[in-house]
Design a protein around this ligand. Structure first.
Ligand SMILES: [Mn+2]
Length: 438
């Protein structure tokens, strides 16, 4: 046990009238909604990186959190102390899943051989920890953006030696994810883009990425991993232009390289807003393309437009997103990972709990709202009626490929009047969402 969280009792559900800041008000894990418990629907995960690896430093100043496991060199003892702290936190919060990068959990390595050895050592210890905890692995990922070797890209690096190192990291991290029974594997391409077109062969880099993701999929099948592979879209930051800009761009990439049946997306709301979209747009695009996978829940700051990775707190936004997630069938192998961090001034152990309790309460409320919206069919029946014209007549013929441009033009010509405008009823529909946001 780390000792750091000893003054925090295990978090319990106490109901909406509780005044205890260290209790759930709405996240009742056993509450049944649409045939499953809230815990089974949401599949909440805590991330390793923001909570146990970041010490509160920003570009202007050093760490503010004083986490004891981050106080010295990142050696074997420190990695084990971090593991103890992480599982101590998980066991007190009681969420069902966690997520990690390889470099989050392991002692720092200086050579490729050390990377493999140090990672293997901590995976053994993680497996032993998981045997005595209810918290399971949602997904793993390799950090291919922090080390200076990835300055000019990971699998899109101009230097194939760097891409070999990517292969080393992903092979071992995917195998560890499989061994720890994770249900997904994420590829976040923070450096998979470019800063200036002047030094970049864009087509070559995209071909590299296409081949690299194909190799990951081939390896998944080779080792018998039954989970999903997900790409996490983001438009920019750290690179100026990223090849995985948003869901639609990722789908175009997957189609180009024949990967659309093998790879899905891990959507992050703060990345959606950086791309100029809202959260539910990205969810519904993923549903439309059949590539919805998982969510990294967080929020940005509407004023500064940065990737601030704050904990979600907007009930309406998350009601909308969960409505479209549920409409698409809900989470399968994916879940609700909080890719969110407390603010730099929130430097106490309690703050980590307040953040996750608030996020889980918010998602529980939003999920119940979304389930009610599904049940009433007020939104879906409106949309169904709006498109009803396509089930017969020329609409049906066009969609079946049985009408030409000539046929359609002739049908229009033979009508006496041009089509009358029909209300889209936006305010009426927005009022329904307001009515069900509670
Ligand atoms: Mn993320």
């Amino acid at each position: 046990m780390s000792g750091y969280f000893d003054h925090i009792a295990p978090i319990r559900y106490e109901g909406p009238d509780s005044n205890n800041p260290l209790a759930f008000k709405f996240y009742d894990p056993k509450k049944m909604v649409m045939g499953k418990t809230i815990e089974e629907h949401l599949r909440v995960a805590v991330c390793y990186w923001h909570n146990f690896c970041w010490d509160g430093a920003d570009v202007f100043g050093g760490g503010t959190f004083g986490r004891p496991w981050l106080s010295g060199a990142n050696n074997h003892q420190a990695a084990e102390a971090k593991l103890d702290a992480a599982f101590d936190f998980f066991d007190r919060l009681g969420q069902p899943f966690f997520c990690f990068h390889d470099t989050d959990v392991m002692a720092e390595a200086q050579t490729p051989k050390e990377h493999v050895e140090n990672f293997a050592e901590i995976v053994d210890k993680t497996e032993a920890k998981m045997a005595n905890s209810k918290t399971k692995l949602l997904w793993g990922t390799a950090n291919m953006f922090s080390h200076p070797r990835y300055m000019a890209g990971a699998s899109t690096n101009p230097n194939p030696d760097v891409v070999e190192f990517c292969a080393l990291q992903v092979k071992h991290c995917l195998e560890a994810t499989h061994r720890l029974d994770g249900s997904g594997y994420v590829l976040w391409g923070g450096r998979e883009g470019y800063d200036t077109i002047l030094n970049t062969d864009v087509r070559h880099e995209m071909d590299q990425l296409g081949r690299f993701v194909s190799m990951v999929v081939e390896h998944k099948h080779k080792i018998g991993f039954k989970g999903d592979i997900w790409i996490e879209p983001k438009p920019h930051e750290p690179t100026k232009h990223q090849y995985d800009r948003d869901v639609a761009t990722v789908y175009g990439f997957l189609k180009t390289y024949g990967l659309e049946k093998e790879v899905g997306v891990n959507i992050e709301p703060n990345h959606a807003t950086l791309a100029g979209h809202n959260f539910e747009h990205e969810v519904e695009m993923a549903n439309a393309f059949g590539i919805f996978g998982s969510i990294d829940f967080n929020r940005g700051d509407p004023q500064n437009g940065w990737d601030t990775d704050q904990f979600p707190n907007d009930l309406r936004e998350n009601t909308m997103a969960l409505y479209y997630i549920l409409k698409g069938g809900g989470f399968k192998n994916g879940g609700a990972n909080f890719d969110a961090k407390v603010r730099r001034q929130s430097c106490d152990a309690e703050d980590l709990f307040h953040a996750h309790i608030g996020g889980m309460d918010l998602l529980a409320r939003a999920f119940i709202n979304a389930a009610e919206l599904i049940k009433t069919e007020k939104l879906s029946s409106f949309v169904d009626n709006r498109y009803a014209g396509w089930t017969s007549g020329m609409g049906a013929k066009m969609m079946a490929g049985e009408a030409s441009l000539d046929d359609m033009a002739e049908a229009a010509f033979n009508k006496d009047v041009s089509p009358a405008p029909l209300s889209g009823r936006q305010e009426y529909l927005e009022n329904i969402v307001t009515q069900y946001t509670k």
